[in-house]
Design a protein around this ligand. Structure first.
Ligand code: AMP
Ligand code: ZN
Length: 680
């Protein structure tokens, strides 16, 4: 055979092999048998052996290259390989659409809906139609040069039918069926197809890679518009939309993702419902129609011009968003080594599974919530079990179920502790609730919230004691329970970061001022389970003092209006808790008002009963607080400022503006002596 004839024959064979590769690997509809294919392949090999100078790098025989590499060279991505913004609700897609429209006001926005392929990202460059470079994503800006490995993948053309220069992006993957067969031959099986693909592409010997059933699928053409190739046919040069770029890739022979062009987000949602999840019928959804695994759907703005005008997010383009249907989430299997207890900010004890670390939906998980004791019983979860994990709402790891077939008999039953692991205090479970709680008011696990609750407007109303300051006070161990607030000095508070002297003074004053608050405020502030503001008001009015309330039996508590058995029990338990008793004693010692402002029912006979009284100036025989308490005991309502409603102003020495005001309004004043006299 002459060299010219050989060249002709070689060209013919290559063309045929390329066509059959495409039919087999891209279109999945082979026209010839494997045997016939092998015949063609061998003929080409023989001719090339006879005329080695006719071998070109894009010949189908050259997919498997030479010697193994020592290492991969780095490749810089001129267009970075980014992440994608995630969402876990369909609502978030609508929000995304609203944001896009806000940024491109008045413009119609078309979208393309396509699957997010759960494979390994790859970028492949062609120059004048020849494959010249293939790379991994790496950190997004620099990846590995895995050209030799990618050339072994028959779904990736070595040469294109047109002499174009461009880069395509897609995913390499192992078809699920092939993965299972391949994995069965492995000494150390891979956990999933994606891992198997990633591991294969990292092999330094392309001959080994060629043995692995790897395929690829593409979803993007990059750097095309900016590098218009004059050699490209006119039709190809006008790629103005994402959908057009996919069509162009297809025309060039690449396997591409299935996709739906939608005129707006409503159509996306409609297509999603019909064509992706098939109305929730899992036997028909898109996953059953593609050979790769799916990691969600991607919605992309179709117009490339609009894409360019949408500002990118931190690590992701601004023109695309991913959504993952909850039922697509693949659960992971692992071992439950122990069950520990976490004490929440509200005192709820939550059992937590300590797991053998496992990769679930994008991150490694080593703990998962077990919710509560009932849940553990219902799912029959035992320590040492093999369990299935998934992420609820894509975020919170959860134990779905136990793999009972993997039980060895050594698993142990779990029992809730009798003590709070954070403070050692008693835990309590109301019969109608599933949660166990620590109701210790000084429990460190709850302290920040306890103090915030204590200080809030509808409780002790301490201005300036907000979340940030509370966190600082607790973190710096300045406050170990709410009573410690009253011992804080301006110096201590001012010593905290970002705390000015002036605001420190204000806070310390506000704390001191709260000592005089009505009893119901203190009651509400203590945060007794089930006792809200209304109940606190009623309890204060009914019992009149903290001491009486604390001493009341469950039956007595229920005599108060609106207090049912559950609340009564909760109040009773709260005041029987020695740790709470200690804090209450400290509060009293700090001088907090512990009696109701209005006289208790049935005791309206005090000398000041029904009267509104204000105290001003310095008294000799009483501190200001003692005077107020005495007044309250005598049936008075004590307020802080003089008004027309004030019946008496008790005046000590150095009285100021209150006295002036009382005189102006004609309010009756009492000297300390007169006050003492009246109290008798
Ligand atoms: P992530 O790394 O989870 O933020 O997702 C971004 C990656 O998803 C990209 O780097 C691609 O490798 C991959 N991906 C899979 N399918 C698509 C698709 N249809 N469009 C864009 N990226 C995709
Ligand atoms: Zn506790």
């Amino acid at each position: 055979m002459t060299r010219t004839d050989a060249q002709k024959e070689i060209d013919r064979l290559r063309e045929q092999l390329r066509r059959h590769d495409h039919l087999y690997y891209v279109e999945a509809r082979p026209e010839i048998s494997d045997y016939e294919y092998d015949q063609l392949y061998r003929q080409l090999q023989q001719l090339e052996a006879q005329f080695p100078d006719l071998i070109t790098p894009d010949s189908p025989t050259q997919r498997v290259g030479g010697a193994p590499l020592k290492e991969f060279h780095p490749v810089h991505h001129t267009v970075p390989m980014l992440s994608l913004e995630k969402s876990d609700t369909l609502e978030a897609l609508k929000k995304f659409d609203a944001d896009v429209r806000k940024q491109l006001p008045g413009e119609a926005i078309e979208y393309v809906l396509e699957p997010k392929v759960d494979g390994v990202s790859i970028g492949v460059r062609y120059e004048n139609g020849q494959l010249v470079l293939g790379a991994t994503r790496g950190d997004g800006s620099t990846g590995d040069d895995i050209t030799a490995n990618l050339k072994t993948i028959k779904a990736i053309p070595l040469r294109l039918p047109q002499p174009v220069t461009l880069e395509v992006r897609g995913e390499a993957y192992m078809p699920v069926k092939e993965f299972e067969q391949f994995n069965a031959t492995q000494e150390k099986p891979f956990p999933n197809p994606r891992n198997a693909t990633a591991g294969s592409l990292k092999l330094l010997d392309p001959r080994q890679v060629a043995q692995r059933p790897i395929s690829a699928v593409f979803y993007a053409l990059v750097g095309w518009a900016s590098r218009l190739s004059s050699a490209a046919p006119a039709s190809a040069r006008f790629v103005a939309t994402h959908a057009e770029s996919l069509a162009f890739l297809k025309q060039l022979g690449f396997p591409i993702v299935p996709h739906w062009l939608c005129r707006d987000m409503d159509e996306v949602l409609c297509r999603y419902e019909q064509d992706i999840v098939a109305g929730g019928d899992e036997t028909k959804d898109l996953r059953t129609r593609v050979p790769y695994e799916l990691d969600g759907i991607v919605v992309k703005v179709n117009s490339l011009d609009q894409q360019r005008r949408l500002p990118p997010k931190a690590k992701a383009p601004g023109y695309a968003i991913v959504y993952k249907p909850e039922h697509w989430i693949k659960p992971a299997e692992t071992k439950l080594n122990a069950i520990t207890i976490q004490v929440g900010r509200t005192g709820v004890l939550t059992p937590v599974a300590e797991l053998e670390p496992v990769f679930v939906q994008g991150s490694t998980v080593s703990r998962a919530t077990l919710h509560n004791e009932e849940e553990i019983k219902r799912k029959d979860i035992r320590i040492g079990d093999t369990v299935i994990i998934r992420k609820a709402g894509m975020v919170i790891p959860e134990v779905v179920e136990v793999v009972k077939s993997k039980r060895t008999g050594k698993e142990k039953l779990f029992k809730m502790p009798n003590e709070c692991p954070a403070c050692g205090g008693p835990v309590h479970r109301a019969p109608e609730f599933v949660a166990w709680r620590c109701e210790n008011i000084s429990c460190p696990a709850q302290l920040k919230r306890t103090i915030q609750h204590f200080a809030m407007r509808s409780a002790m109303d301490i201005e300036g004691l907000g979340e940030v300051l509370v966190n600082q006070l607790v973190d710096n161990s300045l406050v170990k329970d709410v009573a410690d607030l009253y011992a804080l000095t301006v110096e201590q508070v001012a010593g905290l970061e970002r705390m000015a002297e002036k605001s420190a003074t204000n806070v310390v004053q506000a704390i001191a001022a709260s000592k005089d608050r009505d009893l119901w405020r203190l009651l509400h502030g203590l945060g007794v389970l089930h006792v809200g503001e209304e109940a606190a008001r009623k309890l204060a009015a009914h019992f009149g003092s903290l001491d009486k309330l604390a001493a009341a039996s469950v039956e007595e508590l229920q005599q108060c209006e609106d207090v049912g058995p559950v609340m009564a029990q909760s109040i009773h338990d709260f005041f029987r808790n020695p740790r709470n008793q200690a804090v209450l004693a400290k509060l009293k010692q700090a001088g907090l008002n512990t009696v109701a402002a209005r006289p208790a029912r049935g005791s309206t006979t005090g000398p000041f009963s029904g009267k509104t009284v204000v105290v001003t100036g310095t008294l000799e025989k009483f501190s200001r607080d003692e005077a107020k308490e005495a007044l309250r005991r005598a049936g008075a309502t004590v307020t802080d400022s003089v008004s027309k409603k004030t019946d008496f102003l008790v005046v000590g020495t150095d009285a100021g503006s209150k006295l002036d005001k009382a005189k102006a309004l004609g309010v009756k004043t009492l000297t300390e002596a007169e006050f003492l006299e009246k109290l008798k």
